[in-house]
Design a protein around this ligand. Structure first.
Ligand code: XMP
Length: 517
């Protein structure tokens, strides 16, 4: 078993980033809701607990409190922001509203003799975001302060208790990753045994054990990175007992079905079934404009197709299919169902998480359910997959349906496919693809007036969406060279009938999301 850190979620939007930083430091961690009983974490591999930030005030009625049992687990604790305040309150300290709230970049003076700041400069920039502050904790030593926050970090070394008012998990905190690593290695004594190589070996063993000697699995291959890497991992584990099902749902990018066939069937030798279900999906989506309804309809149809394929394999004498494998990632789970049960809001139902029926009749295998995309890419590299797969752009399960705002029709899909193909060609030709997380076009149900060849036009607007990101949880719009933007716009307007205006989306995530629906 791997050394494990439990992250208690008090509802911060950046709790996932704590998990990212811990994993980057090669330590396994899990996020759990703040109201879960901590009894079941009492296991030998538990090395420490991190308490996340959160939107509440500890003294507000109904605010989540620290479970006193947590203090009796006998492992080190690091409280971050709200987590620190909840910890302070539980230890008998006073928390109250600060006269001056602190948001953003703040300079602190810290004590490098504390294990938390070991090897770090005594003055450093951190990211603060708090309205309350603690006024001291009995028995604790103050190890950092800022101008507006006399108690920016505290420690009780004898009990291995630490608290920071700032957010070490965000990249704006200059030495945040090092502070978290100090906690993991110097305070918790973690070994750093979480690597992608170890994950692959363990996961292959786990899959073999679950599937047994003669179990069959079908896998929903979408052509994106996650399901592609999952397909290769499962093939390693169970060989020919895996059948990949690629559903051509009529919502794919131009030429996608051919590419997937070439890459997976011809290239890697995976048993691949391509199901042509375009008409079925488009007729189910006719007249539907609500984004969540679209996602639910698509999710349900995917499952219908998978279960039909399972039946077909059985009827053809291939044996009963008991398992459905998917490339679901941790962020999909977190954003869809607030899966760890914390107070974080549901943003959108990722089709492979939110849309599964209770009576699926197939057991799910989701090897990456607790991983982030860059970890999956690292696994792809370890498995020796070609760059063309490892660096494929993420592509959402509901496909172009979440990039065609309003009703989806075959004609709109064709228009968007043509525009999207131009975006991809130009970004790739300019050598910009590797620096971007995603680059694609979105079709708006908005018409505007234009003039082409002395004629008035009244056609749709296309949005160019290009973002940089590490894991899709947060993203920024890409600062593309104006020449590239110009060439893309020119080509789309000249070559794609139905679009007479191209705009560039300059919204980061948050507050936007990457996809438009
Ligand atoms: P958002 O739009 O939520 O997207 O900022 C974050 C990342 O997730 C991808 N995405 C999906 N992936 N099923 C998937 O497998 C989905 O339903 C889905 N919706 C969004 C999106 O492309 C981006 O990379």
């Amino acid at each position: 078993m791997h050394d494990t850190i439990v992250i208690v979620d008090y509802g911060s939007q950046v709790t996932q980033l704590i998990a990212r930083r811990v994993r980057e430091a090669r330590v396994y961690c899990e996020i759990v809701p703040c109201h879960a009983s901590c009894e079941k974490w009492r296991r030998p591999e538990l090395k420490g607990v991190i308490l996340s930030g959160g939107p509440a005030s500890v003294y507000a009625p109904g605010a989540p409190q620290l479970d006193p049992e947590l203090l009796r687990l006998g492992v080190p604790i690091l409280g971050i922001c709200y987590g620190m305040q909840a910890l302070a309150q539980a230890l008998g300290g006073r928390v109250r509203a600060a006269e001056r709230r602190e948001f953003g970049r703040t300079e602190i003076a810290c004590d490098p003799t504390s294990a938390l700041f070991h090897g770090l400069p005594a003055q450093q920039v951190v990211w603060m975001s708090h309205g309350d502050r603690i006024e001291g904790v009995p028995g604790a030593r103050i190890i950092a302060h800022s101008e507006g926050c006399p108690c920016a970090a505290v420690e009780i070394p004898a009990r291995a208790i630490y608290g920071v008012q700032f957010h070490p998990e965000v990249t704006h905190t200059e030495h945040g990753a090092a502070i978290i690593a100090n906690f993991l290695y110097r305070v918790c004594g973690c070994r750093g045994d979480w690597t992608m190589g170890s994950f692959i070996d363990e996961e292959i063993a786990r899959i073999r054990q679950r599937v047994g000697a003669d179990g069959r699995v079908i896998l929903g291959l979408s052509g994106g990175v996650d399901s592609s890497v999952a397909a290769v991992l499962l093939q390693r584990a169970i060989g020919g007992r895996l059948t990949c099902v690629f559903v051509d749902n009529g919502l794919l990018r131009q030429d996608e079905a051919r590419q997937v066939r070439a890459l997976f069937a011809a290239g890697i030798g995976i048993d691949l079934v391509v199901v042509d279900a375009g008409e079925r999906f488009l007729s189910a989506l006719a007249g539907v404009t609500d984004p969540e309804r679209k996602r639910k309809i698509i999710g349900k149809l995917f499952i219908d197709v998978f279960t039909e394929e399972a039946r077909r394999i059985k009827a053809a004498g291939g044996g009963a299919v008991r398992f459905l494998a998917q490339g679901t990632l941790y962020p999909d789970v977190i954003e869809s169902v607030s899966a760890h049960g914390g107070p974080a809001a549901v943003i959108k139902s990722h089709h492979n998480v939110g849309g599964l029926p209770q009576d699926l009749g197939l057991e799910l295998i989701e090897p990456f359910r607790y991983l982030f995309k860059d970890e999956v890419r690292a696994i792809g590299r370890e498995l020796g997959l070609p760059e063309s797969i490892v660096w494929r752009q993420p592509f959402p399960g509901p496909g172009l349906a979440v990039r065609i705002l309003g009703e989806v029709t075959a004609a709109k899909v064709r228009v968007l496919q043509a525009a999207d193909a131009i975006v991809r060609q130009e970004i790739e030709a300019a050598g910009l693809a590797r620096g971007l997380w995603q680059y694609f076009a979105v079709l708006l149900p908005v018409q505007s007036v234009g003039v082409m060849g002395d004629e008035r036009t009244y056609e749709n607007c296309c949005v160019l969406r290009c973002v940089t990101s590490v894991d899709g949880m947060t993203a920024d719009w890409a600062r593309l060279p104006p020449e590239t933007l110009g060439r893309i716009s020119n080509r789309i307007i000249n070559e794609v009938r139905g679009i007479n205006r191209v705009v560039y989306d300059i919204t980061s995530k948050p507050p936007g999301t990457i996809e438009w629906e």
